[in-house]
Design a protein around this ligand. Sequence first.
Ligand code: AMP
Length: 117
Amino acid sequence: MTDTIFGKIIRREIPATIVYEDDEVLGFKDIAPQAPVHVLFIPKNEAIPTLDDLQPSQAHLIGKLALAAAEYARREGLAQDGYRVVMNCREYAGQTVFHIHLHLLAGAPLGRFGTAG
Ligand code: AMP
C-alpha cells in the first residue's frame, strides 16, 4: 500500500480529529479548513492515489465515501442548508495528498468553484 500522511492517520501514528468511522471509511477534520465545516472522508483499507487510479472492483468505495459524508452531514444538522463534496484529481485540481479522499464543505454559503486561473 502506498503510504501517505493519511495512512499515518489511519494507523493513529499522527493525531487527527476523527469525526466518523465505519469498517471501510474514516472521516476527520481538515487541518486547513476552507469552510466552517471541512471534513475529509477516506477509504481505510485501500490507498488509491487518485480518482484516475480507481478500478471497477473498487467503485463501491466512492459510494461508501459519499454515504459517510451524507450521514455525517445529517448527524451534524448540515443537510438541510446543504453542503458540497469535492474530489480533487492531480495537478490542475490542486491535489496534494495521494490517497483518494472526499472533501465535505459546509456551514456557510459556498462560493462558486471550478474557475481556471
Ligand atoms: P487535496 O488538496 O484534495 O489533496 O486535499 C488534501 C487535504 O488534506 C488538504 O485540504 C489539507 O489541508 C489536508 N491535510 C493535509 N494534512 C492533513 C492532516 N495531517 N490532517 C488533516 N488534514 C490534512
